[in-house]
Design a protein around this ligand. Structure first.
Ligand code: G3P
Ligand code: MG
Length: 348
């Protein structure tokens, strides 16, 4: 039995276990907190019968803002201070690729935000769809830049620009225009928009910050996500190249095991700096609403890791009660508050 304040852990901090939370459909829905989430955070912060503070981090596939801004938003929603040291979003691991590519096209998000995020990660030369449309308005027949977009987009002659990689940072706000531009790049000769490949296998790699086909937003039914954009892009590419081309697409985010390993490293730093814990936790409780991302990934990392990864599915998001989840969690509960209480009861 794990005890609070066990060996190597400061008193009243849980040393043997840790929680990790998905955000959309678990803590937040359509920008509003799920009511039980606020109480769940209080329980983690010591409002439980043991007076125990339980280390926890957040791991969302969402993105589109800097980690600092997302933490600010989440702090307001959950009424607790959330810090970048305990937060990972879909595009966070992309920062490790800033040195690898010189010129990158960044897709998704509001206005210039994703360009700013990419530059903040250290990417040296960041292009947006707006820059391409500003250079040649005929690129997207039905998308005209607003005056603001026109002013913010950079003037550039693309005839000799080599796009080395494409990063889809956040959900597209203009699927038709963005898919068109992604196809143009994919069908180009080595990422030069003015040169078409004859073989359609010379395009740069495409990285998506996650692969969720649907996600849980304000609507009663799930909404289309980045995985759906990826499918449309891949299928359309196949159709218009007659199946002869070749795309290089990759996804970050859950359920990829490296994303969970990245989260584990962050969790280690967070437990050390925030709570003074040195010994690794025996169990990581992961609370999610999407079987294909959250449960699949947690179960997969559990197979590989030395410690236990325990998957908890909640009913407040993508998973619908009465259906068979594609990946089986260790336990299914109603809300995130039940998930936290379940973990505590199992430990104490
Ligand atoms: O776009 C965000 C969505 O696909 C999932 O977010 O927090 O459920 O991983 P989350
Ligand atoms: Mg979710």
């Amino acid at each position: 039995i794990a005890t609070p304040g066990s060996v190597n852990s400061p008193s009243n901090v849980a040393g043997s276990f840790v929680f990790a939370f998905d955000i959309d459909g678990v803590l937040v829905r359509g920008g509003k907190p799920i009511p039980e989430a606020i109480k769940a955070m209080q329980v983690l912060n010591g409002d439980n019968e043991y007076g125990l503070r339980i280390p926890h981090i957040f791991l969302t596939n969402g993105g589109g803002k800097t980690e600092e801004q997302r933490c600010k938003d989440l702090s307001g929603q959950l009424k607790q201070d959330v810090k970048p040291g305990q937060f990972i979003c879909g595009h966070t691991p992309m920062r490790e690729m800033a040195e690898r590519y010189k010129t990158v096209l960044v897709i998704g998000g509001e206005g210039e935000t994703c360009r700013n995020v990419a530059e903040g990660y250290g990417f040296k030369d960041v292009v947006t769809p707006g820059d391409i449309i500003k250079h040649d308005a005929a690129t997207t027949p039905f998308r005209k830049l607003t005056d603001e977009e026109h002013a913010n987009s950079r003037t550039r002659d693309f005839s000799d620009v080599v796009i080395d990689a494409v990063f889809v940072f956040a959900d597209s706000r203009d699927w038709a225009g963005d898919i068109q531009i992604m196809l143009d790049v994919a069908m180009s000769k080595g990422g030069v928009l003015s040169e078409r490949s004859e073989t359609f296998d010379e395009g740069p790699p495409f990285y998506f910050s996650h692969n969720d086909v649907v996600w849980s937003a304000a609507h009663e039914h799930v909404r289309l996500g980045m995985g759906a954009l990826r499918r449309m892009f891949e299928i359309t590419f196949k159709d218009i190249t007659g199946g002869k081309g070749e795309l290089h697409t990759h996804a970050f985010g859950k359920p990829q095991v490296p994303t969970f390993e990245f989260a584990y490293r962050l969790m280690g730093q967070w437990r050390r700096t925030e709570h003074g814990l040195v010994k690794p936790p025996q169990t990581v409780y992961f609370v999610g609403d999407t079987p294909e991302s959250d449960i699949r990934g947690t179960n997969a990392v559990n197979e590989k890791a030395e410690n236990e990864w325990y998957s908890i599915l909640v009913k407040t998001g993508v998973y619908e009660e009465g259906t068979e989840p594609a990946y089986q969690p260790r336990v299914t509960v109603d809300t995130v508050l039940d998930a936290v209480n379940h973990g505590i009861q199992r430990e104490m």
